[in-house]
Design a protein around this ligand. Structure first.
Ligand code: ARG
Length: 487
């Protein structure tokens, strides 16, 4: 394979030193140790500003807290602290106004902020990095960012739960077929089905809260990896930034990323839940099912087939779970086998988290939108609920209750009656009493009460069962629980 001349090598093909390399200016942050600047490719592979600019708010908040602590500890003067604080305020406003001047040579958000601070206030800017390293700085920023993202995610999931609750209440008594193996199994209510997702998203939220508790410790002050000889107060910055405590081991503080892995895991599980809901919506909206209709707002048409109404939003929710799981995998693989403490590999931690958050936030909102707008097709659901002999278990339960039969025998009786109905191509309730009595002579007329789907669901009042009365109770329980949450 022909090779193009290697512009980044320090030597030419003839082995002579490449003069251009020495002409590059050394980095202003560590220029003392370096005679020459980096190759263009080095700058490119090293730069994270393209994505870690999203940490600017957390970076500035962390610097403000660090600055207050340095003043209190007498490590910088009050006047210097004031200048730094004001400069950081200005930078925050500038970035918020879209005025961050990107320079890949400044690598990341931390150096962009510091360089701008130096432009704005001069010498005191150089004192902000006292007793701090970018290693503890980035760990702090990222924890703060993830903490905010968890809070946003939680609010989005709470909103989805509120929508599910409203629809579940509306459809508390609407019967539909419940499936196992995607074969009609027993009638359930649509409200009960929706409430299953309230439970799932409830667990998703609690997983996020668990992760939040564990991540809420402060790495700041761990410095590069070993702590510092300067008299800092890590408890002060922890409190200032809303952390429960400083992290106890400086090596762990700069090298741990399990807060991000845990967040990604919780998001991956949540995305899996949403993909199941999405898949159900895709199935339910098909012409073969017609269980529900999505609104125009959450469907698209086809450029060639005029009749089409495609559930694209649901398909994309189903599709995006692949990215979120991939993001979790990417970071697990990045972290696997990394020696302590910080390694530049860890700069790769942010993009998967950002991507997963962006994807999942969209999915949660799209699910809330679809569920809020969809219409259940009650007559179709009612008819489908009774198809496939879904009340055969009710028949067996009746024999247990009324005839005191062991369930295994009752199962056998019900099975034979289903076979009889099937041979005549009829539903169970179309059989005559006499026909049923050919299988079990003790069966009486009141058996017909349990064969209808409405009665079937009404009878399932065991705790957690599908009865409309249960659904209403669960809706009320969740409403009360959501109302108690601090907002
Ligand atoms: N941009 C870096 C990151 O995200 C910041 C930490 C750099 N630390 C270092 N020792 N070069 O990981």
């Amino acid at each position: 394979m022909a090779r193009t001349p290697d512009k980044t090598s320090s030597r030419t093909k003839q082995g002579k030193p490449r003069p251009a390399a020495t002409k590059r200016a050394a980095n202003s942050m560590w220029g003392g140790r370096f005679a020459a600047g980096p190759a263009a490719i080095m700058t490119e592979i090293n730069a994270s500003i393209g994505f870690d600019r999203r940490l600017y708010r957390q970076d500035i908040a962390g610097s403000q807290a660090h600055c207050r602590m340095l003043v209190k500890q007498g490590l910088i003067s009050a006047a210097e602290g004031k200048k730094i604080a004001a400069g950081l305020e200005t930078i925050l406003r500038e970035i918020e106004a879209g005025k961050l001047r990107i320079d890949p040579k400044l690598e990341d958000i931390h150096m962009h902020v510091e360089a701008r601070l130096a432009e704005l206030i001069g010498e005191p800017a150089g004192r902000l990095h006292t007793a701090r390293s970018r290693n503890d700085q980035v760990a702090t920023d990222f924890r703060l960012w993830v903490r905010d993202a968890i809070d946003r995610m939680d609010a989005g999931l709470a909103a989805l739960q509120a929508v599910l609750l409203a629809r579940a209440e509306e459809y508390a008594a609407t019967v539909m077929p419940g499936f196992t193996h995607l074969q009609a199994a027993q009638p359930v209510t649509f409200g009960h089905h929706l409430m299953a997702y309230v439970e799932m998203t409830g667990r998703d939220r609690s997983r996020l809260q668990d992760a939040r508790v564990r991540l809420n410790e402060n790495p700041l002050g761990a410095a590069a990896l070993a702590g510092t000889s300067l008299p800092i107060d890590r408890h002060m910055t922890a409190k200032d930034l809303g952390f429960a405590a400083p992290m106890a081991n400086s090596l762990d503080a700069v090298s741990d990323r399990d807060f991000a892995l845990e967040f990604l895991s919780a998001m991956a599980i949540c995305a899996v839940h949403l993909s199941r809901l999405a898949e159900e919506i895709v199935i339910w909206t098909s012409a073969q099912f017609r269980f529900v209709t999505l609104s125009d707002a959450f469907t698209t048409g086809s450029s060639i087939m005029p009749q089409k109404r495609n559930p694209d939003a649901a398909e994309l929710v189903r599709g995006k779970v692949g990215r979120v799981i991939g993001d979790l995998n990417a970071l697990l693989i990045t972290m696997k086998g990394l020696p302590l403490a910080y390694g530049k590999d860890m700069q790769e931690d942010k993009e998967p988290v950002f991507d997963a958050v962006d994807s999942l936030e969209l999915c949660v909102a799209a699910c809330a939108g679809m569920i809020g707008d969809l219409r259940a097709n009650a007559p179709v659901l009612q008819a489908a609920a009774g198809e496939g002999y879904t009340t055969a278990t009710d028949l067996a339960d009746w024999c247990v209750r009324k005839l005191n039969m062991p369930f295994r025998n009752a199962h056998h009786v019900a099975g034979r009656i289903v076979r009889l109905a099937e041979s005549q191509d009829k539903p169970l309730e179309a059989l005559t009493l006499a026909e049923m009595q050919t299988v079990e002579p003790r069966i009486t007329r009141d058996i017909f009460a349990v064969l209808g789907v409405a009665n079937s669901v009404k009878s399932r009042v065991s705790y957690g069962g599908t009865a409309p009365a249960n659904v209403k109770k669960q809706v009320a329980r969740w409403r009360a629980r959501l109302a108690k949450e601090p907002r």
